[in-house]
Ligand binder design. Structure first.
Ligand code: B82
Length: 324
């Protein structure tokens, strides 16, 4: 059976950075309040770039870093909750832009767990022998579904994309184990961009709900309970001890969530990679953006074991053990 090896990492943030001070001129908030509650100092926002545009930038870097011919790419998966269109899917737009003419391409919707889910899918295609080279992305333009008049939510989100090239390998390493879950019954606790039906056949009396909305307390409790459980279950399945993990790369939702997770797992906070200060919460993009930054900084060392763990709307959550 093949192994799913990550051969290249890349990310792309739109150039416009919006600081907490910038936001304090738009809504009643301030830098100290935002930093102490979330860990965020600034976020990048699109000035017109769509989720596919961000992915194309990432794909070009992945192609350059790995030397792969676009014609050798078998499959593209884009995890996103902010696709350019309902159809064509974002991944097809990326396929066309990079000339991956032999690939098939689709989007995956699992909110902030999207990249973990997409890696799980890619892993199955590789392990079955159905695909050899796959581009896996997380890409979001959350600014388009953010209520910029709501001080409790507009300070949280950012735009960006990250991705990896995974390849069928016969050597050791790659995706070792996974632990993935959903709980649709609590889905209403974190929602965004509801389909609005108002037609000649139905006069909708409700308001449109285009924006991200969340029951902060409830999902904080969900994340700090379920994610440590998932990481523990993952390590137990794989027979790997916490001490053998070089880094945990969590979805960058909120600094305080990660602090609580570290405490519950009884692991040092330094093992949890964080870059929320510069990016905010970029949903499905946050883990691959973090991985590419870690790669650039030389933190991903051959043979090291790391855990990526996502949690978000759905509700969805899941963890994957990777050997670099
Ligand atoms: S919060 O409710 O305002 N809070 C926790 C009590 C502040 C410390 C809050 C804030 Br601010 C930001 C994020 C969350 C949160 O719980 N986020 C998530 C939880 C689960 C899954 C995804 C997320 C996410 O934000 O992406 C709470």
């Amino acid at each position: 059976m093949y192994k799913t090896e990550i051969v290249a990492y890349a990310n792309y943030l739109p150039p416009k950075a919006v600081t907490n001070d910038d936001l304090s001129t738009m809504v009643e908030t301030n830098d100290e309040w935002i930093r102490t509650r979330t860990g965020i100092s600034e976020r990048h926002v699109s000035t017109g770039e769509t989720a596919s545009d961000l992915c194309v930038k990432v794909a070009q870097k992945l192609i350059e870093k790995s030397g792969i011919s676009p014609l050798d790419i078998d499959m593209l998966i884009v995890a996103t909750i902010t696709p350019d269109f309902s159809t064509p899917n974002t991944a097809c737009l990326v396929q066309a832009a990079i000339g991956a003419d032999n690939a098939f391409a689709f989007d995956l919707s699992a909110a902030c767990s999207g990249f973990v889910y997409a890696m799980s899918v890619a892993d199955k295609y590789i392990k079955s022998g159905a695909a050899k080279n796959i581009l896996v992305f997380g890409s979001e333009v959350l600014s388009a579904i953010t209520d910029w008049t709501d001080r409790s939510s507009c300070v949280l989100f950012g735009d960006g994309a990250g991705g990896v090239l995974v390849r069928a390998s016969e050597t050791s390493g790659g995706v070792i184990a996974e632990d993935i879950h959903s709980n649709g019954a609590d889905g209403h606790k974190l929602t965004g961009n509801a389909l609005y039906i108002d037609t000649p056949f139905f006069d909708n009396e409700k308001q449109k709900q285009p924006y991200l909305q969340m029951d902060g307390r409830a999902i904080f409790t969900f994340a700090t309970k379920k994610v440590p459980q998932s990481v523990s279950a993952l390590l137990e399945k794989a027979g790997v001890s916490k001490d053998d993990i070089a880094y945990i790369v969590p979805h960058q939702a909120n600094y305080r969530i990660v602090e609580a997770m570290a405490k519950k797992l009884d692991m040092p906070l330094e093992k949890f990679f964080m870059n929320i200060d510069k990016c905010g919460n970029t949903s499905s993009a946050s883990i691959p953006i973090a991985l590419a930054e870690m790669d650039e900084k030389g933190l991903l060392k051959k043979g090291d074991k790391i855990v990526i763990t996502g949690f978000g709307g759905g509700l969805t959550w899941g963890s994957i053990l990777l050997e670099i």
